[in-house]
Design a protein around this ligand. Structure first.
Ligand SMILES: C[S@@+](CC[C@H](N)C(=O)[O-])C[C@H]1O[C@@H](n2cnc3c(N)ncnc32)[C@H](O)[C@@H]1O
Length: 370
């Protein structure tokens, strides 16, 4: 299998094993709420912290989200985002190995990045997780405005999704509720007492000789599948739809056969890989959420709570464990708590105390913003 080569790669492959096991030191004065709650905010370098968690949590984390420094060559107020390219890969490699070990058999890991490192990181992660564990790359519309001082204005961040076992994960991941815009596609032009509905075409691609039976419209017209297509279900199933009053032939009453799908019965939707800001929030919104919590002294690069809600909803159930080892201002832990998940957050900066701890204390006390 091809792999990515970088300076000191051989040392980095051994870094996880060489990291010493250290004990976590509880700080009672910073603890808040129920002492027996299973949640943990850890201040420290995540390489050591993840290794310290390994004996207790290996194979137990259902959803990992990380938003590591993107290597934008910026010096943010709370952390530096300016590593030499190979050093950034050296930093990420052993941490990803540990995160994989912490992941549950039916767990998933979500990583945000941008063009600075994303494509190198993807090749590195394919090696660590195996290409069969790669689920998809989500494009999140992180920005809706356009900047005029660049050749192509950047609108998105990448969200890489890996699962420990992609096949297993498919059967446990949650679908999404329909958004208001999606629900608005259901109308009720004939005042059907069963409520708003949508016409689902009854034909499907490709010719299938056994699914080409004639369908008679209410005005007596005979309909056959369009050229190169077949009916989506058997004749018996079509007649069941007719009996249930679900058959629809368009406004004219003798158009192409379709059937009614009612909003009240429409299943939730499978998440896709294009996440618009209307559904998943955007960077401006995250800044505003920060201002509400912290006043003028905001954190530079937070993620919006709506983005985290979406990821945590898809990837976990209430009571399951969510981990973020690049916690920043504490968004993942805050949203996980509001959603009834257990959580562990790791942040090395002093903002673990000045942002994360006060933010999470507010959430424990019932803060419901974001
Ligand atoms: C982009 S920010 C995360 C922002 C976060 N998603 C939020 O909503 O606020 C990345 C964070 O990773 C932290 N970080 C960087 N290297 C780390 C390390 N080795 N161990 C722990 N935290 C680290 C930085 O201090 C920074 O706060």
């Amino acid at each position: 299998m091809p792999w990515l080569e970088w300076h000191k790669r051989d040392d980095d492959l051994k870094a996880t094993a060489k990291t010493p096991y250290r004990l976590l030191q509880p700080i009672q004065s910073l603890s808040h709420g129920d002492e027996d709650a299973p949640n943990m905010l850890i201040q420290g370098d995540n390489l050591e912290a993840l290794k310290a968690l390994l004996p207790y949590y290996a194979g137990q984390v259902k959803c990992i989200f990380i938003d590591p420094p993107y290597n934008t060559k910026s010096a943010f107020e709370h952390y530096d985002d300016n590593l030499e390219h190979a050093q950034w890969l050296s930093m990420m490699y052993p941490r990803m190995v540990l995160l994989r070990e912490l992941l549950a058999e039916d767990g998933s890991i979500w990583i945000t990045l941008d063009d600075n490192e994303a494509h190198y990181f993807k090749v590195m992660c394919d090696e660590i997780f195996g290409r069969r564990s790669f689920v998809a790359t989500v494009c999140w519309e992180s920005r809706y405005s356009r900047s005029s001082d660049t050749s192509l204005s950047l609108s998105h961040n990448f969200l890489f999704v890996y699962a420990k076992n992609a096949e297993k994960w498919k059967s446990v991941r949650n679908k999404l509720p329909r958004s208001q815009a999606q629900a608005a596609q259901y109308k009720n032009p004939d005042n059907d007492p069963r409520g708003p509905w949508r016409a689902i075409p009854f034909d499907a691609p490709e010719v299938r000789a056994n699914l080409e039976y004639p369908i008679t419209t209410p005005t007596g017209k005979i309909r056959k599948p369009p050229q190169g297509r077949h009916w989506a279900r058997t004749e018996e199933q079509w007649l069941q739809l007719v009996d249930a009053g679900l058959a629809y032939f368009g406004k004219s009453g003798d158009g192409a056969p379709s059937f009614k799908q009612f909003l009240s019965e429409a299943p939730e939707i499978v998440p896709n890989t294009w996440w618009e800001h209307e559904d998943a929030g955007h960077t401006d919104e995250a800044q505003k959420e920060g201002k509400l919590l912290f006043g003028a002294s905001t954190f530079a690069t937070p993620k919006p709570e709506r983005l985290m809600k979406r990821i945590i909803h898809i990837a976990s159930q209430p009571g399951e464990l969510v981990l973020d080892s690049f916690l920043g201002s504490g968004t993942t832990a805050a949203v996980a708590h509001k959603m009834g998940r257990r959580w562990i957050g790791i942040e090395m900066g002093e903002h673990a105390r000045t942002y994360c701890q006060p933010r999470l204390a507010k959430v424990i006390d019932g803060e419901q913003g974001g």
